[in-house]
Design a protein. Structure first.
Length: 460
């Protein structure tokens, strides 16, 4: 076969397998049916010496991987906080791979630049954030936290008279980082990457929101007036709760701190007129991390790092290379993210926003929250179960009478396979967590999942 025919055959095979997979989602069990060992026996063995036709490799992949896939893009996956993929985002993502643009340099790839800059402007508009902020498209919420906190680190040290880019961290003034007791663990991980060590915990209330009085007294305790970063949260992974941004940010800024907001999935409340009260005041912060591969339902991997002061982000992430075709005004995408070479991952974001429009994004977020409330209402009719959180957003946390029973029900739900609702521990109690993050979830999916939960509760 010639190059064109070979490629077309591989792409056609991929298309066929993708469509079969996506069509199977409504009826297939959510968990995988094949084990890692079975699949390794098929895909593994020693590396072949010779070549295999591209289409044959795709055929092998599509045929055998299928039983080992989890129906994450179905409407009944409620684990972790994970979105599905909108058809328009998936199709755009295929083009991203086919086009194979390296998205680092502004002048080199005009189509990517136009799409990325448009997506960035639309995101700032939807999220109600300052329109002059810098936006970096990173791999996810973790790297968005890392990228924003790198800008924070450089800035608070510069204000303390220390040039961290030149002199590093040895001998630098020690930075104080204050976090709520229920911040996401990736905030700690980002701080570790940045050499900032463990943060200081500030008490949280029963929903997991940072306690403003405790934050104020922690900030006031600092007699040396050390460089300070405060991390707040939009969307607690157990309760969905939001910190009180208006108050927390005012208090932190009064003490000269940089305020970072981890809003991996919660920041999207801002896109809905009905829900944006949850993030009131969030636009006063200095940086914001969010994900597009959660609430916005684009494919992995796509997170967004947003920094109010573009110069702060560029100081942390920028660099100069003589061989690069650099933008003279300093607008190169690579100067806003840790990577130089990277995928044009803003294009699926552009495609979803272009497809849904402002109203469609608001409807999406409201629909996710509506399903979460329907879960809470439905769960209330099951004997001896309790919804532990105020269901203000997309998360529902429930517990049965004792931890052992809750854990048995987690297992039964997995065995049943109708819906993926897994366990966690929240405020010392074993819980089942329901996270509604998928555009694909329908009222019927919620009803089927509640039926499965009722069956599991009756049997355990
Ligand atoms: C998911 C999540 C993260 C991490 O995001 P990744 O995209 O998985 O890296 C950070 N913070 C919160 C609140 C999250 O829900």
């Amino acid at each position: 076969m010639g190059v064109d025919a070979d490629r077309d055959a591989a792409l056609a095979a991929a298309m066929r397998h993708a469509q079969a997979w996506l069509r199977s989602l409504d009826e297939r069990p959510v968990p995988a049916r094949a084990s890692i060992e079975e699949l390794t026996a098929i895909f593994g063995g020693s590396l072949p010496e010779g070549a295999t036709a591209a289409a044959d490799v795709i055929e092998l992949l599509g045929t055998h991987a299928e039983r080992g896939l989890v129906a994450i893009p179905s409407g009944r996956f409620f684990g972790f906080v994970i979105g599905a993929t909108y058809p328009v985002a998936l199709a755009a993502d295929w083009l991203v791979s086919a086009w194979d643009q390296n998205a680092g340099l502004r002048q080199v790839t005009p189509a990517n630049t136009a799409l990325e800059e448009t997506a960035a402007a639309w995101l700032l508009d939807l999220l109600g954030l300052p329109t002059s902020s810098a936006v970096g498209f990173v791999t996810g919420g973790t790297m968005a936290n890392f990228t924003c906190l790198a800008a924070a680190r450089g800035t608070v040290l510069r204000k303390a008279g220390w040039d961290e880019a030149r002199d590093g961290l040895s001998g630098a003034p020690r930075i104080r980082v204050l976090v709520g007791a229920e911040r996401h663990d990736t905030v700690d991980l980002s701080l570790r990457y940045l050499g900032l060590g463990m943060p200081e915990e500030v008490a949280a209330d029963a929903q997991g929101r940072i306690d403003i009085a405790a934050l104020e007294s922690a900030l006031a305790r600092d007699v040396e007036r050390r460089p300070t970063i405060v991390c707040l949260q939009a969307g607690n992974v157990h309760s969905g709760a939001f910190d009180d941004f208006a108050h927390a940010i005012a208090v932190a800024h009064r003490h000269g701190a940089w305020v970072h907001v981890d809003g991996a999935f919660g920041l999207w409340a801002a896109a809905s007129p009905m829900l944006k009260h949850l993030v009131a005041g969030v636009e006063q912060a200095d940086s914001w991390a969010t994900d597009a591969h959660k609430t916005l339902n684009v494919p992995y991997d796509c997170g967004v790092a947003i920094v109010r002061d573009p110069a702060a982000l560029r100081a942390a992430m920028g660099m100069h290379g003589e061989y690069l075709v650099m933008d003279e005004a300093g607008r190169d995408p690579y100067e806003r993210v840790p990577e130089l070479s990277r995928r044009a991952r803003a294009i699926p974001v552009w495609a979803v926003l272009r497809c849904l429009g402002r109203q469609g994004v608001a409807d999406l977020v409201e629909r996710l929250c509506g399903h979460a409330r329907a879960f809470a209402d439905g769960v209330a009719k099951i004997a001896d179960v309790e919804v532990l959180n105020d269901v203000v957003y997309t998360q529902v946390c429930l517990a049965f009478a004792d931890d052992a029973r809750t854990r048995r029900i987690v297992q039964r739900m997995l065995d049943d396979g109708t819906a993926w609702i897994t366990g966690s521990v929240w405020r010392g109690r074993a819980v089942l967590r329901i996270s509604v993050s998928s555009w694909a979830t329908t009222d019927a999916d919620v009803a089927r999942s509640l039926d499965a939960l009722r069956r599991a509760a009756a049997a355990a």
